[in-house]
Design a protein around this ligand. Structure first.
Ligand code: BLA
Length: 507
């Protein structure tokens, strides 16, 4: 049986999404020859738009259905070698000579063009769209923290779109995600504060957000539309639909939406420093279609929110790093004037506890142990040093759950759940050790993550979990995590002591 932690990489993560060969019926899809614009492959629902069967449409040129000026514009744009999806207005004339205005999105591939079309519906005036955008941008701009940026953005998007519920979903370092902000109609079950396992949005699904800004599923009960012919005659395989908005949805996710009691869903990416940071997830209890303009507003706002979050996070990181550097500067000065790293790190303000946000610290210099703050008993410290020596730990080493690696540390969870170790002279047993106490953390999972997926007795058919009720996990014997900047600063202190001690200390 597959373990929960592996669902993301090993099971859900291997479902093919790009060659599902089915589309959702809220639009039309055509594969066209790059030169002649003649139809190579088409979604079987095309008859509803053109009044022509897919079989009869093959080898006809799109230019037979649009004004000459639009064919020319399309060709000019194509010759500019833009690879991004380009939107167009197409004034389709169907078989009965009826005019059917459409918005088309063109994906230019090497071998052919993929055209996705939707009939224009409920067009908003340009000035209204701009007004919505300006309001939302002004609100987002007011945010001073990431939390505020998330809250302001989703409430603006809720006003604008009318979804029943909008959430900001933030990924952690293991790709689990937590709902950190939520606005919803009153009667809905809240998800705020709940964490969902990585496999709920597996890797290949997350990766698609690096290509496509959003994913829209207007109705989970849609009837899938096949492509005709089934195999693309140019590539002689299934059409790669990864860029297409209309791409069909794997049944496991449709079932998942049903279990959440959601009929329509839309998610929009938040990208921070080239990485998927989170998603704005929107739910609706009845079918809900957003037209191209509305989706474009989501797309634009998602990049504005991404920029805002990036700038706040960058500033926070800079401030944190700056404060660390200032304290480090003072400590190095103390070590220098005291000609002893033990005295330099322990006897002044600020000291090593301030530098590393530690509850206690032990420094062994020339075999002599000195401590500050709340530390384990002397015997325990001596044993820890023997363990470090035996392990040959000769670089800065940090653990937030020491007892997981070293059983004996169970005895001093209250002072030393976490350690940061700076080895100075391993042979002599000279170390600098900062301790952090236990911080009991509760993860509020949206349903038991061990049951993220349920296999039927045949071991082949499977279902997503059907309960998202709070399932608490308590993490014990673990301290606050050590920050990579703290590790870097510890390394700098170690280098300084090396340089300096060869000249002044211990002689
Ligand atoms: C897709 N799963 C998704 C998506 C979201 C979630 C947002 C993107 C598509 C969409 O917007 O609907 C999950 N939605 C959530 C979560 C919240 C939310 C966590 O609102 C929290 C509030 N899913 C499973 C299992 C598998 C799985 C067990 O639960 C795999 C076996 C797969 N999820 C799965 C797949 C997709 C998906 C394959 C991609 C669907 C697609 O884009 O085609």
């Amino acid at each position: 049986n597959i373990e929960a932690k592996n669902y993301d990489s090993e099971f859900c993560g291997s479902l093919p999404l790009h060659n599902i060969n089915l589309i959702q019926p809220y639009g039309y899809l055509m594969v066209l020859d790059r030169d002649t614009l003649s139809v190579i492959q088409v979604g079987e629902n095309i008859e509803a738009l053109l009044g022509i069967s897919p079989q009869n449409l093959i080898n006809n040129s799109l230019s037979n259905f649009i004004p000459l000026s639009e064919t020319e514009l399309l060709k000019t744009r194509l010759s500019s070698n833009i690879t991004d999806a380009i939107p167009f207005h197409l004034t389709i004339k169907d078989k009965q000579e009826q005019t059917r205005p459409c918005i088309a999105i063109l994906h230019a591939k090497l071998e052919f063009l993929i055209l996705e079309m939707e009939e224009v519906s409920g067009k908003k005036a340009f000035v209204d769209v701009i007004q919505d955008l300006k309001f939302a941008m002004a609100a987002i701009d007011q945010a001073g923290t990431v939390q505020e940026a998330c809250e302001f953005s989703i409430s603006e998007l809720k006003k604008f779109s009318g979804f029943n519920k909008i959430m900001m979903y933030k990924f952690d370092e293991n790709w689990n995600g937590t709902v950190i902000a939520e606005v919803s109609d009153e009667r809905l079950e809240p998800y705020i504060g709940l964490t969902f396992p990585a496999s709920d949005i597996p890797k290949q699904a997350r990766d698609l957000y690096l290509k496509n800004p959003y994913r829209l599923i207007p109705s989970r009960l849609y009837t899938p539309v096949r492509l005709y012919p089934v195999r693309n005659p140019v590539s002689n395989s299934f059409l790669d639909l990864s860029d297409c908005n209309l791409r069909g949805v794997p049944s496991v996710h449709l079932e998942y939406l049903g279990n959440m009691d959601v009929m329509a869903s839309m998610s929009t990416r938040i990208i921070v420093r080239d990485k998927l940071w989170g998603l704005i997830s929107c739910h609706h209890h009845t079918e809900k279609m957003l037209n191209y303009e509305e989706r474009a507003v989501f797309e634009l706002l998602s990049s504005i929110i991404s920029t805002k979050i990036t700038s706040i996070e960058t500033k926070d990181k800079f401030d944190f790093r700056n404060a660390l550097r200032q304290t480090r500067g003072k400590l190095l000065e103390y070590i220098y004037t005291d000609k002893s790293f033990a005295r330099g790190l322990l006897n002044h303000e600020p000291n090593i506890l301030n530098l590393l946000s530690a509850g206690g610290a032990a420094v062994i210099e020339n075999g002599v142990l000195s401590t500050i703050g709340a530390v384990p008993k002397e015997d325990d410290i001596r044993n820890l040093i023997l363990w470090l020596q035996n392990k040959g730990i000769d670089r800065v080493y940090a653990e937030s759950n020491l007892s997981d690696k070293y059983d004996h540390a169970e005895n001093y969870i209250d002072t030393g759940s976490g350690v940061l170790v700076i080895p100075v002279d391993i042979r002599r047993g000279d170390y600098i050790i900062a301790f952090r106490h236990e911080v009991i953390r509760t993860v509020n999972w949206g349903g038991n993550p061990e049951e993220a997926i349920n296999f039927e007795p045949d071991g082949k058919k499977y279902h997503p979990r059907n309960s998202f009720r709070l399932w608490k996990e308590t993490l014990v014997k673990t301290s606050e995590p050590w920050h990579s900047d703290e590790l870097a600063i510890a390394e700098e202190i170690r280098n300084f002591i090396f340089e300096f001690s060869s000249k002044y200390i211990h002689n």
